[in-house]
Design a protein around this ligand. Sequence first.
Ligand code: ZN
Length: 451
Amino acid sequence: MINTSEEKNNKIKDSLNKTKNKRKSQEIAIIKTKIDNDKLNKNTVKILNRIFLEAKWLYNYIINKEFNNDIFNIDYKINNVPVYVKDHYETRRLKYISSQMKEEIIDRAIDNIKGLHELKNKGFKTGKLKFKSHITSIPLKQYNNTYKIINNKYIKIQGIKQLLKVNGLDNLKYYFEPSNALLINKNNNYYIYITAYKNKYILDKPVNNQKIISFDLGIKNQLTLSNGLVLNYNIPKSKREKRIQRRLSKKVKNSNNYYKLKNKLNVEQTKTTNKRKDTVNKIVHYISSDYNIVITQKDNIRGWKHLFGKRIESTGIGGIIEALKYKASTFILLNRFLPTTKECSKCHNKYNINLDERIYKCPNCGFIINRDYNSTLNDIYYGIIKINELLKNKYNKINKDLKKYNINVLAERLREYTPVEIDAPALEGLKISPYVRVSMVDESGSLIALA
Ligand SMILES: [Zn+2]
């Protein structure tokens, strides 16, 4: 049987783990803000001073052994502390420091004492914790509780009525998720340092003017790009590799010579694999460095392997998609059931084109176009629909996040993506890799084929 407190503990553990996992994918930032002294009213100045004073009283009381033999059992709700004045102790009330702040200061003192104990246990010579003449920072641990960002000019701190005008929050962007903060006192200038996590959204950069490309993985032409380039490459096994393989098949298995030859074969095979990987990397680099948004369709590569075997194997074509997932600024992988091959990229009518038909001839509008090139144009068509869907989701998510953290910062305006016109790249001087043959998609070739 599970009792309720165990359940509660598990819930806390769960939520801590969730946060921990979320943080892994986030970047951390410290936003440093300065409280505008000129805008503070008298009462607020008094309270700010008092908070630091009370924090000092509390801290010195906790580490004072005259009062606290059992620091680990201290009452977090403590309201009065003895304060040493000249030659005696007087009781002072903790009026302005919030219960959250108290907890944090007590925890901080306990941490310091624990640290000292550890050093002692390791054999270091340690004294005791020293009383502080002043405290320079107050933890504001819980966002929305101990403190809250109102907008990019004002912060609210628990226990202070006046909203604090701050400088430095102008950099606050919709993608910041505020976490804990520190209230800092440097010679009666006050600062709030906020730890924030950068939330990642899809299509993080503004989409205007982003260059878009799509590609189609094919059999006859391996890579057809929507900018009109066709890339072909083939890195077959080297003659040496084939030779070793032949010799190996004649050796007695598990003999000394067999192993020697097997090692040689491994070396040759690694060379070929590396050449293939390098070529794939260079193609990926060309696509992802010249274009911001990359689109392709999830194709059934395994099915092709079955049909075309070696030809697919010698290219490592599957690696291109995997690499682009990480390298491309935005990568859109279209559902493989979208009819990008069957559909006319001009009138969007569909017809069942056979696998051996290299030219797409639209029975509806008469458009004639290279089969793979037609697919890439459809990829762009469906890709833009998908991008605009994602932009809308992102916009909604940002607004939801802002609401969640109670921040009144204007979110990015919802914009539709409209692609920029791209000129076909010049073939002259374009070298992707010595193993890649670059040509232009042959639109006229389709006519030649018809003639
Ligand atoms: Zn058509």
